[in-house]
Design a protein around this ligand. Structure first.
Ligand code: ZN
Ligand code: ZN
Length: 338
C-alpha cells in the first residue's frame, strides 16, 4: 500500500509499505479521507523540522478486517462500517491516564513505519490499523464529515471542560476551522448565543452565514456581543487573554483551546478571578468520551451543514503534495486527502 512521508520542507513522497493485517484487538481501515491539520502544515513549511515523518491523524474510512478477539462484540465496528479513528496512543498506565485525563498521557506519541520512519498517524495512506476501541462508527455520514472526527472530539473536549450548558452566552475568539467547530457544537448544545471574533472580514461574514449570533473584530467585540458566560480562545496572541477576561461575565469561564506563541505572557489579577469567580482553564487534545460524542454527532447528521461548509478541497492520495501546498500556503478551513 501507499503511505505519504514528508521528507523535508515542501517535500512529500508516496512510499510503499506492507498492507496491514488486523491484530487480535484491532481493525484495519481502508482510508477514505484524511484531513490536513496544523501539524501537517508545520512539517511542510519547515516550522517543525522532524524528517522523514509520516503524518495524518484525522482519518476516516471503511473497516475491511476485524481482529478475532473483538469481532462481533457489541459496539465494535463491523466489516463495511464507516468509522472515524483515533490514532493517538495512550499508555493507560501513567498518572494522567489513571486519572482519566488521557489527553495528557505522559508517554511520547508516535509510531514507526516498517522501515523505522517516524509516524505521527501515517493516515495519508491506503490503509491504517487501529485498536478496535479507537474506531468509532459514523453511520451513513459523508466520509468528509467522518474525517472531522478528531478535531470535533478536541472541540467536544473543550466544551466539556468548559462546562457549557444550554442557555449560556458564548464567544469564540478565532473564526478559523477550530472556531467554526466551536460555533457548530455550541449551537448544537443549546447556547443562547454564540459570537465570533476575528480580524478577517471574510471569516466573520462566513461565520455569520453559518449561524453566529454576532461577529466582530477584537476592538468591537464587547460592544457587539456584551458579557459572556464562556469565552473559547482558538487563536492565541498577545493581549487575547486580557480581552477574553474583559468579555467574561462574573462566574464565567475562559477556555484556552488554541496554542499561544511561546513568548506570550499575560497579566491577570488573582484578586479579580477571586472576586468574580472567573475560571481560567486549558483544553488540549481529546479523550475517548469526546470521541463518542463527536462520532455520534457526525452520524446524526445534525451538524452536516456546518461540516460541509468547512471542506475547502479534497485531493486523491496521488496528489497529496498539492493538498499540502494548498493547506500550508492559503487560508483554508480543511483540506482533505483520499
Ligand atoms: Zn488534528
Ligand atoms: Zn498515559
Amino acid at each position: 500500500m501507499r503511505v505519504a512521508v514528508v521528507t523535508g520542507p515542501g517535500e512529500v513522497d508516496l512510499r510503499e509499505e506492507p498492507t496491514p493485517v488486523a491484530g487480535l484487538d484491532e481493525v484495519v481501515v481502508e482510508v477514505g479521507a484524511t484531513g490536513l491539520c496544523t501539524m501537517e502544515r508545520r512539517l511542510f513549511l519547515g516550522i517543525k523540522k522532524i524528517y522523514p515523518v509520516a503524518p495524518g491523524h484525522e482519518v476516516a474510512g471503511r473497516v475491511v478486517e476485524v481482529g478475532d478477539a473483538v469481532a462481533g462484540l457489541p459496539g465494535v465496528p463491523q466489516v463495511g462500517d464507516t468509522v472515524t479513528v483515533d490514532l493517538l496512543t495512550r499508555c493507560g498506565a501513567c498518572t494522567a491516564c489513571r486519572r482519566g485525563r488521557s489527553s495528557l498521557c505522559k508517554q511520547p506519541q508516535g509510531g514507526e513505519l516498517s522501515d523505522g520512519t517516524l509516524s505521527f498517524g501515517a493516515g495519508l495512506a491506503d490503509y491504517v490499523t487501529v485498536k478496535a476501541k479507537q474506531a468509532y462508527g459514523t453511520g451513513s455520514a459523508r466520509i468528509e464529515h467522518a474525517a472531522m472526527g478528531e478535531p470535533l472530539a478536541c472541540v467536544a473536549h473543550s466544551l466539556r471542560l468548559g462546562g457549557l450548558r444550554a442557555g449560556d452566552r458564548v464567544a469564540v475568539v478565532g473564526a478559523g476551522y477550530m472556531g467554526r467547530l466551536h460555533l457548530a457544537l455550541a449551537r448544537q448544545a443549546g447556547a443562547a448565543s454564540c459570537g465570533l471574533i476575528d480580524l478577517s472580514p471574510e471569516r466573520l461574514a462566513e461565520g455569520l452565514a453559518a449561524g453566529a449570533a454576532w461577529a466582530a473584530i477584537p476592538s468591537e467585540a464587547l460592544a457587539a456581543g456584551g458579557k459572556q458566560d464562556l469565552v473559547f480562545v482558538t487563536a492565541g496572541a498577545q493581549g487575547v487573554l486580557e480581552a477574553a477576561l474583559e468579555m467574561c461575565d462574573d462566574g464565567g469561564t475562559i477556555v484556552l483551546y488554541g496554542a499561544f506563541p511561546k513568548d506570550v505572557a499575560a497579566t491577570v489579577s488573582p484578586d479579580y478571578l477571586h472576586h468574580h469567580e472567573v475560571t481560567l482553564l486549558g483544553a488540549y487534545s481529546q479523550e475517548p468520551e469526546d470521541w463518542t460524542q463527536a462520532a455520534a454527532l457526525i452520524a446524526s447528521g445534525r451538524i452536516a451543514e456546518d461540516l460541509d461548509a468547512l471542506v475547502t478541497a479534497r485531493f486523491p492520495l496521488e496528489d497529496v503534495g498539492k493538498a499540502f501546498d494548498l493547506a500550508a500556503n492559503s487560508p483554508v478551513y480543511r483540506v482533505l486527502v483520499g
